[in-house]
Ligand binder design. Structure first.
Ligand SMILES: [Zn+2]
Ligand SMILES: [Zn+2]
Length: 199
């Protein structure tokens, strides 16, 4: 694991290599690695038939950064978007090989959660271990303490809100490769027609 105040830039890419991108070097405090055990993240990976990208307890390994640090270099036309329900989280993937790419709330919120499957080297090497887990109650089976991380859900959520506000104040939400003039780059496909289908 590399230490220090800065995270070096690193490569992103789908499995087949058509979509490539990069996360620019950024201060360590601007990145946040976490594991999400919510059903929605799991449904997204299952829909893409990428359940093997989940950990043993159904968790998704995610690295959150301000969108301004994320660039897509090739394969823009292969980026597609889905939402579980209308108004839900925008979940990006590559059409070419169904690699889960990342999650965003909207163009307003300055955060992209890059899914580990879109990172070409192990996150442990690039950014260090996960800082904790969220939605642990959604885990499949009883989560061992070491997977929960050292921080509680409350602390993790507080940490995320603090980061979002700091990024917002720094203007880190713009530009985002996933939105053009506030509209998603590709029209999201909705998996369920009403919120009742959620989860
Ligand atoms: Zn691909
Ligand atoms: Zn989730």
């Amino acid at each position: 694991m590399r230490s220090g105040m800065m995270i070096e830039g690193f490569k992103l890419g789908c499995r087949c290599g058509q979509v490539t991108g990069r996360i620019a070097a950024h201060p360590r405090w601007q990145g946040n690695r976490l594991t999400c055990y919510c059903q929605d993240c799991r449904a997204y990976l299952h829909h893409l038939e990428q359940a093997d990208s989940l950990n043993d307890f159904g968790g998704t390994d995610i690295y959150q950064v301000p969108p301004a640090h994320v660039s897509i270099l090739t394969g823009h036309d292969q980026l597609a978007c889905l939402q579980l329900t209308k108004g839900g989280v925008y979940r990006w993937y590559s059409k070419c090989c169904h690699t889960p790419v990342g999650n965003c709330f909207s163009s307003f919120w300055p955060m992209v959660g890059i899914i580990h499957s879109f990172v070409r080297e192990p996150l442990d090497t690039l950014v260090g271990p996960t800082s904790g887990s969220v939605y642990c109650r959604g885990a499949l089976g009883r989560l061992p303490d070491e997977l929960k991380g050292t921080r509680s859900q409350k602390v993790m959520v507080l940490r995320l809100i603090t980061k979002l506000l700091a990024w917002k104040l720094c203007g880190k939400n713009s530009p985002s490769v996933f939105f053009v003039n506030g509209e998603p780059l590709a029209a999201p496909q909705q998996l369920y027609s009403c919120p009742a289908g959620k989860g």
